[in-house]
Design a protein around this ligand. Sequence first.
Ligand code: SF4
Ligand code: SF4
Length: 376
Amino acid sequence: MPTSPAPPPLPRDWPALIRSWAQSLGFADAAIATLTLDEDSAHLQRWLAEGRHGGMAWMAEHAALRADPARLQPGTVTVISARLDYRPSAADAEALLADPEAAYISRYALGRDYHKLMRQRLKKLAERLAEEIAPHGYRVFADSAPLLEKALARNAGLGWIGKHTLVLNREAGSWFFLGEICTDLPIAATAAEPVTSRCGSCTACLDICPTRAITGPYQLDARRCISYLTIEHHGDIPEDLRPLIGNRIFGCDDCQLACPWNRYAKLDATPDFAPRHGLDSARLIDLFAWTEADYLQRTEGMALRRAGYARWLRNLAVAIGNALANPATTASAATSLVAALQARAAFPDSTVQSHIRWALTRRPAADSRSPCRCSD
Ligand code: SF4
Ligand code: SF4
């Protein structure tokens, strides 16, 4: 009997396949972005012109590249935006923020630095594209080049840009990292239109921001943002902002914690992002006692390493100063914190020294927490 001819190949839905390949590699989602970035580029230019990037000069240096991925990777006609969720199972954030003697570290920085993991997974995804679609020229990015990655994620349909300027997803909130593959494979965009904002009349992130860094909807002044001040900013932290930093020693999550869309965010079980060294429940005094060798050994492979030891101590000194000024700090704890500051007063870094001096001034002169016993 003659065999019937094979059916024609089914038309391939590349975006759906790419999403499934990405998910098999551990991404929460991946989608193809349109490259319409003119408005976002104009927004960036205004932001830079107003100096809101603070000391992040590299942002201004590469501003022109951001609007055109083809200038970063010649031949790029498609950008795949990928989402990697990271919300770890960790000690309750609100309870930590309310405890002046506790050290608050941004949720994303409690575990392994995501950059290497993101790049590895993006490369595997790009290789899968080469096997399944066609050999291609590509480059992967994990916060490593001047791309308008939030705008690309929005254009890909991964979410909308919230009033706090982070990307928000209906199912996942904002607890995720973004990465990109720029490729010369022409693949149709996943979403016909970018996701529109679902912030509505909510202003929770603006209202909660301790330093009023979100100066209006979709307007962030990095110079006031605690994430910038504790991670990117070198030198002195402006004195008027120090009391507002509270016990946040590396980054800040307040605008994400307040966002109602994060109620829907699931915990991520990626072992790499699980808290290391008990850093989700660490005490200021214990971290301040770390030697440089301790710091280098314990932060290996973590984003925390970016601060460097001197900035780590600077941030801790600010948080300890705030603990001293907080009536909830017990008298015995205050005494120990003062002793810890004094023990480091000669640390060979003028910024650390000046922040320690500032912190020591924060203890109330007549400390009502230390009842006077002279009349006993
Ligand atoms: S990270 Fe903190 S300081 Fe920065 S905008 Fe959000 S709430 Fe404000
Ligand atoms: S807190 Fe409200 S306004 Fe801010 S990003 Fe979330 S939904 Fe939007």
